[in-house]
Design a protein. Sequence first.
Length: 176
Amino acid sequence: MRESRTLERVDPTRHGDVDSGPPPTPPAPPGELPRSIPQEQLLYARILAAGMYTGLGILLITFVLYISGAISPAIPIDRLPDFWSMDVARYLEAVNTQYVHHDHILTGWAWVSALEHGDYLNFVGIVVLSIVTIICFLGILPTLLRKRDYAYAVIAVLEVVILALAASGVLTAGGH
């Protein structure tokens, strides 16, 4: 005759007779955050969300101003297809010669001098989205220092310095 076996449920948190500590915390109910999320992570997430929505809002507003003609573009919208096949150097030269009329080609941060044009005004939202990470790291820095989490504080400062240098054009890579 066959022997009937009863399957036991194995508790993955128990290993033999060794006490492995308290049982795991049950997951948070839907829509609630777990209690164990560090304060700096929540702060980073709040700053990131606010920056993202701000940047997207600016992008939406400046795009509507551009596409509606409320702020005239440097390049008329109906002339854009003329530039699609150009490489970057030819495009920048042609736009400057035909429409922008600056003393020099607008590269790097020089676009700021053309914000009166709707197509350049669109860059403001992109800049906001680009600097959100820097703002997040600066935002959590006091919390990291207060918690004496110096390793992460140093990493946050280095992130800010490297991102700021890259955005400024001081740090470059490649042939651009």
